[in-house]
Design a protein around this ligand. Structure first.
Ligand SMILES: [Zn+2]
Length: 397
């Protein structure tokens, strides 16, 4: 298996390739944007361009045949490109947050276990190149991973003339103990990059990055893709049939990684689909007149871990916006396409005033603030549902 063709971001690719050809590519790039929009894939594409022997930059002639209609990119067929696409290129290094390995002891053993975890991640990526962004596992960039990263970068020249290091989810560096040491190790490297070596950091939460790391990198925003592009990619890659691709691309917010999170595995819903349905049940309970419905829904959640509710709250928001659209008779902007009839019926039955959902959105915003603290999720959700119910019921502000 190889990596799948890169989707979208044509403008950014042209800009990066142009900078590369003019020998103006910054040594440390920070690609930031929503989860699953293809930041790592873009970073890898850039690495492939750097090692490709047939691209315009190496041959001095621009406009070599590109990778799938991409005239600025790597050729896709030279030996270096093929190695890169199989994730086997010795000069392209990809580091990702991994779960903390069990075997711990000496520093060397830690580093080794983390390198093993990284390698098995790469192996998985080779076998299953399309995986949802969403993961319930706790992953981090551990100190040992950064030590390995640094050791590899300091090793000096690779097998070819250029190397590229990709460090995914760089904000995960701070969410751990000993983070200062890890950050310092990384900083020294970014301050004085080895010759002919480029670094690409990616982050979906650049605000969480250490300011010192941010200030040493050139930030580029990777935008979300148009829903149609997400849809076409899913269909072309044979991921799902077109009706389902339509549905999940609208929910994806322009992110292929998120779109995949909605798709199920056999009879099971994808993780994001499960959360979307939980959010629907909560909105439905808020629309019900029975208090018991509210309490029963809230009790279905764990009593701790409010921070994990952010995704759920985001889906509640989408449901409320859809309900507002249904109440105002503008059904074509509804994003939960499979629930248009249900939303219209509920809006009618409950006589939902179009301003009700926007008042309910303010309650979601308050819940979001609470969730960032250490609140019991059951209490938080009970409060939210009762607030939403009040907001949805009164037609007077
Ligand atoms: Zn090539």
């Amino acid at each position: 298996m190889t990596l799948l063709p890169i989707a979208g971001h044509e403008e950014l690719r042209r800009a990066l390739a142009g900078a590369w050809r003019r020998k103006r590519l910054p040594p440390v790039l920070l690609l930031h944007g929503a989860p699953g929009v293809g930041k790592q894939r873009l970073g890898h594409w850039l690495g492939q361009l750097l090692v490709c022997t047939e691209s315009g930059a190496s041959s001095g002639s621009p406009g070599s045949p590109g990778d799938l209609g991409d005239p600025v990119g790597p050729c896709g067929s030279c030996r270096e490109c093929r190695l890169a696409l199989r994730l086997e290129h010795p000069d392209l290094h990809w580091y990702v947050p991994v779960p903390r390995p069990r075997t711990r002891g000496s520093r060397d053993k830690d580093d080794e276990a983390l390198e093993d975890a990284r390698r098995s991640w790469l192996e998985e990526a080779r076998v299953t190149p399309l995986r949802p962004t969403h993961s319930s596992e706790v992953r981090a960039l551990h100190l040992g991973t950064i030590r390995n990263f640094r050791k590899e970068a300091r090793r000096g020249r690779g097998t070819g003339p250029r190397r590229l290091f990709l460090l995914a989810d760089a904000e995960e560096l701070v969410a751990q103990e000993a983070s200062q040491e890890a950050a310092n190790a990384l900083l020294k490297l970014l301050e004085e990059p080895p010759e002919d070596t480029w670094f690409v950091l990616t982050s979906s939460e650049p605000g969480r990055l250490l300011p010192t790391i941010r200030s040493r990198s050139t930030a580029l925003h990777v935008p979300s893709l148009p829903a149609a592009q997400v849809r076409d990619f899913l269909v072309e890659q044979g991921v799902t049939e077109s009706a389902e691709a339509d549905r999940v691309s609208l929910l994806s917010g322009g992110s292929i990684g998120r779109a995949l999170g909605f798709l199920g595995d056999g009879n099971d819903d994808g993780p994001l689909e499960q959360t979307r349905k939980s959010a629907l049940r909560l909105v439905n309970a808020a629309l019900s007149s029975r208090d018991a419905d509210v309490y029963q829904e809230a009790l279905g959640f764990k009593a701790s871990g409010a921070r994990g509710l952010m995704e759920l709250l985001a889906f509640i928001e989408i449901w409320l916006r859809d309900l507002a659209a249904a109440a105002s008779g503008v059904e074509d902007v509804i994003r939960n396409r499979d629930a248009v009839a249900w939303l219209v019926r509920k809006a009618e039955e409950r006589q939902v005033d179009p301003s009700g959902p926007s008042r309910a959105l303010a309650a979601v915003e308050r819940a979001r603030e609470e969730a960032s603290g250490n609140v019991n999720p059951q209490l938080l959700l009970t409060g939210l549902m009762l607030d939403m119910r009040r907001a949805l019921r009164t037609s007077e502000p």
